[in-house]
Ligand binder design. Structure first.
Ligand code: 5AD
Ligand code: SF4
Length: 366
């Protein structure tokens, strides 16, 4: 207990204060009282930097075509069981209006990774249409060239999410085909920074063979890369994927994966202090109150899905993704109440920029 108190005290003084060993220790805590102490320290820091406020982004799943073949993902290119779709520019524009009308303040446009002029142009057309709405615009469209990122940045996209998935290169090779490059992903993150995006990254936790030490190093990577936003979640096997099949029945029980994902949120908050951290949908896939638990462990962003229910079955990255039969309005009303129930307030109609990004700009680091 004394070690825990000392570490948490040190962590509160400044961001970046913990060693990888100390973070490994925090991630491996099991005793309920210890874990609760960790969560309340992380929540305290979240309140210090952000307040008792939760930012919203309306998540639009634009399409499930993907040229990549990640071994864990349900929409990988080799999965022939899946009907593929791409929303029209009009449809995305309609959803963006809904985000505005519902007070989300920001939207995230996510889809599989496609590198073609036609796709780049399609995204440009969407950006041209939604720019006048004055919504915060986050893109999550995978690895692209510097030029493409630049074209989208110039049309008003100002945040970009690109998860590194794991910083352990061996584990990266285990979960990706050999032609997927860790180095390229790093280069993309650097390009996004150079283009003055608010940059988000993240990892999956509870991957096969992953250790607490790997995860502590992932958090140190977030700190060293000076990122503004973090999105993480538990790995959940999908039966139509090589990784899902190879490790079937050999992964941690789901409740343990939820606990670890929550500890990852907490330790990330404790080490990085003022970044935006999403409480991901994958948490809710495990526990009905997973997302609220994420908020109480230090996250501050929710990304409700606004894509029409009829398309959502096409976007199953993993098994049991929640909200497939959820009506949007019902969800929105419930959400308000659920957030109040945990003593937090929804931020309505604001972009909810990362305080870390603002801090970087104000300190003239650029
Ligand atoms: N389980 C959990 N997360 C997954 N993702 C993809 N497949 C899975 C899975 N089986 C995550 C990856 C990716 C994001 C879009 O979804 O981290 O970056
Ligand atoms: Fe495509 Fe992303 Fe899934 Fe990989 S994780 S297959 S890049 S959608």
């Amino acid at each position: 207990m004394e070690r825990l108190t000392n570490i948490l005290e040190k962590a509160g003084v400044a961001a970046g204060n913990l060693t990888v060993d100390e973070m490994t220790y925090l991630l491996s805590l099991e005793d309920k009282e210890d874990v609760d102490m960790l969560f309340s320290a992380a929540y305290g820091l979240k309140v210090r930097y952000i307040g008792k406020r939760v930012s919203l982004r309306g998540l639009i799943e634009g399409g499930n075509y993907c040229s990549k073949n990640c071994l864990y993902c349900g929409i990988r290119s080799s999965n022939r069981k899946l009907a593929r779709y791409q929303l029209s520019v009009d449809e995305v524009e309609r959803l963006a209006h809904i985000c505005c009308d519902d007070g989300y303040g920001s939207m995230v446009l996510q889809s599989g990774e496609l590198e073609s002029e036609a796709h780049t142009r399609y995204i440009e057309e969407i950006l041209e249409r939604i720019r006048p709405l004055n919504l915060g615009i986050t893109l999550s469209l995978g690895e692209q060239s510097y030029e493409v990122y630049k074209r989208w940045r110039e049309l008003g996209a100002h945040r970009y999410l690109l998860r590194i998935e794991t910083t352990n290169r061996d584990l990266y090779s285990l979960i990706h085909p050999s032609n997927h490059s860790f180095e390229r992903r790093l280069d993309c993150l650097r390009d996004l920074r150079r283009l003055d995006y608010q940059v988000g990254t993240g990892v999956m936790c509870s991957l096969p063979n992953q250790t607490f030490d790997d995860l502590a190093k992932d958090i140190q990577f977030f700190y060293d890369m000076d990122v503004d936003m973090i999105g993480m979640g538990p790995y959940i096997e999908h039966p139509d994927t090589p990784l899902g099949q190879e490790f079937a029945g050999r992964l941690m029980p789901l409740e343990k994966r939820l606990d670890l994902a929550l500890k990852m949120i907490a330790v990330t908050r404790i080490q990085l202090h003022n970044v935006n951290i999403a409480s991901s949908t994958a948490l809710q896939a495990i526990d009905e109150f997973g997302r609220e638990k994420g908020l109480l462990a230090g996250a501050n962003v929710l990304m409700p899905n606004v894509t029409d229910v009829r398309f959502r079955t096409g976007y199953q990255l993993y098994l049991g993704k929640p909200g497939l039969d959820e009506n949007k309005d019902e969800f929105r009303n419930n959400l308000e109440k659920r957030i109040h129930d945990i003593g937090e307030e929804l931020i309505i109609g604001e972009r909810g920029d990362s305080p870390h990004y603002k801090g970087r700009r104000d300190s003239n680091a650029w």
